[in-house]
Write a protein that binds this ligand. Structure first.
Ligand code: MCN
Ligand code: CUM
Length: 793
């Protein structure tokens, strides 16, 4: 159980403390985009395609325009005249802002209405008459590349098929060689279905364009306000200094709010046309049907080993569904994102993956969902394959993993696909999970229950994440580098404000970044204000995704505070009339101070120094006034958090319902700033993982109708479906982060799905079940149990 610490009782700096932002949130005082209301503001509603694939024959907007409350009706043809019908995506593809020639997925934006209120805007949509010439859709990813498959992207010149991209990583020849000499090879097709981040707050924007000043202010639900400003400037041709993007409180992102959506652009165009502020707010169905999807990988897994369990190689071909437009937030040179870490936590001899991505008549795919950009898929692949190998060899899944782990002394470890893991101690984390779980007793209990015909399963997974982009030039999405800025100002009385490029969506940055500064300066976290989410008031940086805030901006914050402390030392030296080297920095519960070495309690506090820095007395020669610092930090490497998860399930043999009885999660994210917040991140991610493994799934019928358009159909876990989490910790600091912290925000989402699936498959072993694809709904599990050897009872 978590123990919460009263903020007045806790020491300065790192450690458990209640979230500062919750004082606002629990009183309903948050300000989300939909709370923004400006004088004269209009409302926007989007007309969406009812079909998955059709030629647009005509759009009649006359009746809608005649609606007394309607101010503007905009179609794709109107945008095309201004060269605004298409916009770039983060993958380098283009996406229709409004459809012109064709609609390519159900829910695609066809027209929008700007009206006096939200109701009128919605009503007027029904007055727009669109004539569609319906075309055959491509729904099944395996059909996309058939010779006679309908062509989806005929907007692209010279495009003859539905091929999106090819990509490969690893060494095909070396991998083929280890497969040739392997004593055991196991193959399995694994499907990671299409899922959706489904944040509590849907996407939205308020655009306010000032025609006289030619200035745009955009309040938007974005995880990356600065990057969006740059992209908007490049796309819309507005000078970047006249664009201000404000990302106020965000009700969850989980990757859903990384892309720029057509709706943001609609709001901007609407404001430019009407000269008034325009608000766009998605409803739940719009969010589920048309905003970014994740996963949708069909993976052919192959693992090669010796008979005594030494893993030699891993190989995979991936068929990736990217929907109508490639929305992946991955650079052109790296379209498979971070899938390259699919060798996981194991020291094997060779690995190779080839990927074929295709277009289908579905909403833009390949977007993120607490995944570190494809690491969720990669971890699922390797952790299922290792379990399949264990089953083939008749080995315990833990001992097989222990045998093949990268050993602690091998770090920094260069993987077979070229990733340099910074630090790790995998056996220790695994051992801690076994201890908490009581693994041997669980196996004994399982044997006993099995003899009575009960279906108990124990699933193990071990993951390595790669977070904190990042230094690799080939991952640089915008060609801007991946550095993040941070600016720290200490006020005369010793309180401070820190301005960040990253943007929280619920991760608790207002607390943890204050703690980072507090720890370094010896002031109270409550005395540090955190400002973020406003491009006019924060330094440049690429935003929050890939759990990069702590690895990148967190490092920037620490370095800024240390720079301030270095300057404080010079000022203190002047105040105490000693050389700077003769001063000693100390921090205790009363605060931070510089004392003369060997003469405790004679020095000056950080508050006294701050006052002096701002004019209360002379400063040493050459020292400027003020106590501020600005840092732009580009990390040397990604950070590689890891963890060991054990899931215990019971499957009802009569109904095939899976109940997660226990979930043990040992996470190592290096030094923890605030353990309570880290645990919260892990709890949320574990719930995500259980959701994906057991119920989350966006399906389509043969016409391309999306079957997951409401939370009645797209199921997400509630308190009833999740157990009391049992969390454990090991701490292996990152060697290149100033406090040794690694990111953690996506670890549990990435690590938990295979633990759940491995547990369910383990439970069904008596039925001879080797594998079953997610989501393991009762009907899927029931199907898996049919036609197989039933247990003898
Ligand atoms: N933290 C810490 N010690 C560490 C690592 C992290 O105390 N060693 C704290 C951080 O300071 C921060 C939180 O844990 O307050 C998460 O930090 P980090 O791992 O750096 O991740 P980010 O802040 O960059 O958040 C992004 C990550 C991503 S990419 C997704 S997706 C996701 C996630 O965070 N979306 C979330 N967690 C989420 N949590 C909430 N509530 N809402 C979302 O939308
Ligand atoms: Cu992969 S979802 Mo997060 O990186 O915003």
């Amino acid at each position: 159980m978590s123990t919460f610490v009263d903020n007045d009782q806790r020491p300065l700096g790192h450690g458990r403390m209640l979230r500062k932002e919750d004082r606002r949130f629990v009183r309903g005082r948050g300000t989300y985009v939909d709370d923004i209301s400006l004088p004269g503001m209009l409302h926007l509603a989007v007309l969406r395609s009812p079909v998955a694939h059709a030629r647009i024959v005509g759009v009649d907007t006359l009746a809608a325009e005649a609606h007394p409350k309607v101010k503007a009706v905009v179609t794709g043809a109107m945008l095309a005249e201004r060269g605004l019908a298409w916009m770039p995506t983060l993958s380098g593809d283009v996406q229709a802002v409004l459809a012109t020639d064709k609609v390519r997925f159900q829910g695609q934006e066809v027209a929008f209405v700007v009206a006096e209120d939200r109701y009128a805007a919605r009503d007027a949509l029904e007055l727009i008459d669109v004539e569609y010439d319906v075309l055959e859709p491509v729904v099944d990813v395996r059909r996309a590349l058939d010779d006679d498959a309908p062509l989806i992207r005929d907007d692209l010149e010279g495009k003859r098929d539905n091929h999106c991209f090819d990509w490969e990583t690893g060494d095909p020849a070396a991998t083929a060689a280890v497969f040739d000499r392997a004593e055991v090879v196991v193959r399995q097709e694994l499907v990671f279905p299409r899922v959706h981040p489904a944040p509590m707050e849907t996407c939205g924007a308020v655009a306010d364009y000032d025609r006289v000043e030619e200035r745009l202010t955009l309040w938007a639900t974005t995880q990356a306000p600065h990057a969006h400003r740059t992209l908007l400037s490049m796309f819309a041709g507005l000078p970047e200094h006249r664009i201000r993007v404000v990302s106020p409180d965000i009700g969850g992102g989980f990757g859903n709010k990384v892309p720029i959506y057509p709706g943001y652009v609609h709001a901007i165009v609407g404001s430019m046309l009407t000269g008034r502020p325009v608000k766009w707010t998605e409803d739940r169905t719009e969010n589920l049907v048309a905003s970014g999807f994740a996963r949708d990988y069909v993976m052919q897994g192959e693992i090669a080993a010796t008979r005594d369990g030494r893993i030699l190689g891993l190989r995979s071909h991936v068929l990736a569904d990217h929907g109508a437009f490639n929305g992946t937030a991955a650079p052109r040179k790296f379209p498979g994102g971070f899938f390259g870490v699919f060798t996981g936590s194991y020291d094997l001899e060779a690995a190779y993956c080839s990927m074929t991505a295709v277009h289908t008549n579905k909403a833009p795919g390949g977007v993120a969902y607490a995944c570190s950009f494809r690491i969720a898929e990669a971890v699922y692949l390797v952790e299922r394959m290792v379990d399949l190998l264990a089953a083939e060899l008749g080995r315990d899944p833990v001992s097989l993993r222990m045998q093949n782990f990268i050993r602690p002394e091998q770090f920094p470890y260069t993987s077979r696909t070229g990733w340099v893991y910074d630090s790790g101690d995998y056996p220790r984390a695994m051992a801690e999970a076994l201890r908490i779980a009581g693994y041997d007793e669980l196996r004994a209990e399982q044997a006993e229950r099995r003899s009575r015909g009960e279906l108990m399963g124990i699933g193990v997974s071990f993951f390595t994440e790669a977070v904190g982009a990042g230094p690799r030039k080939d991952m640089d999405m915008l060609g801007l580098g991946m550095a993040d800025g941070c600016e720290l100002r200490v006020h005369p009385t010793g309180s401070a404000v820190i301005r960040l490029a990253v943007q929280t969506q619920g991760q608790g940055h207002e607390t943890t970044f204050a703690q980072l500064v507090a720890e370094e300066l010896g002031i109270r976290p409550d005395d540090v204000d955190v400002v973020h989410g406003d491009t006019d008031n924060t330094p440049y940086g690429l935003g929050t995704y890939g759990s990069r805030s702590t690895p990148v901006s967190g490092a920037a914050a620490v370095l800024a505070a240390r720079r301030v402390r270095d300057k404080a030392r010079l000022i203190a030296a002047g105040m105490l009339e000693v050389a700077p080297e003769d001063l000693e920095w100390t921090k205790d519960d009363s605060g931070g101070r510089f004392d003369v070495r060997g003469v405790p309690d004679t020095g000056v506090t950080i508050q006294q120094i701050a006052m002096r820095a701002h004019g209360a007395g002379d400063l040493p020669a050459g020292v400027e006034g003020g106590l501020d610092a600005q840092i732009s930090y580009n990390p040397d490497n990604l950070t590689y958090p890891f963890g060991a998860y054990i899931c215990v399930v019971d499957v009802d043999p009569g109904t095939a319902v899976v109940k997660v009885r226990r979930f043990i999660a040992v996470d190592d994210c290096g030094t923890r700033i605030n353990e309570m917040i880290v645990e919260g991140q892990i709890h949320g991610g574990l719930a995500d993982g259980i959701g994906m493994a057991l119920m989350e799934f966006i399906g389509f019928d043969e016409h391309g109708n999306c079957l997951g358009g409401s939370l009645m159909d797209y199921l997400i876990p509630t308190a009833l479906e999740v157990p009391d989490w049992e969390c454990g910790t090991t701490v292996t600091p990152s060697p290149h982060h100033p406090i040794g912290a690694k990111g953690v925000g996506e670890s549990a989402t990435v690590g938990s799905p295979p633990a759940v699936v491995n547990a369910v498959v383990d439970a069904l072993a008596l039925y001879g079940v080797r594998h079953a694809d997610m989501p393991l709904t009762p009907s899927r599990v029931w199907e898996a149990m049919q036609g197989r050897a039933a247990p003898p009872f």
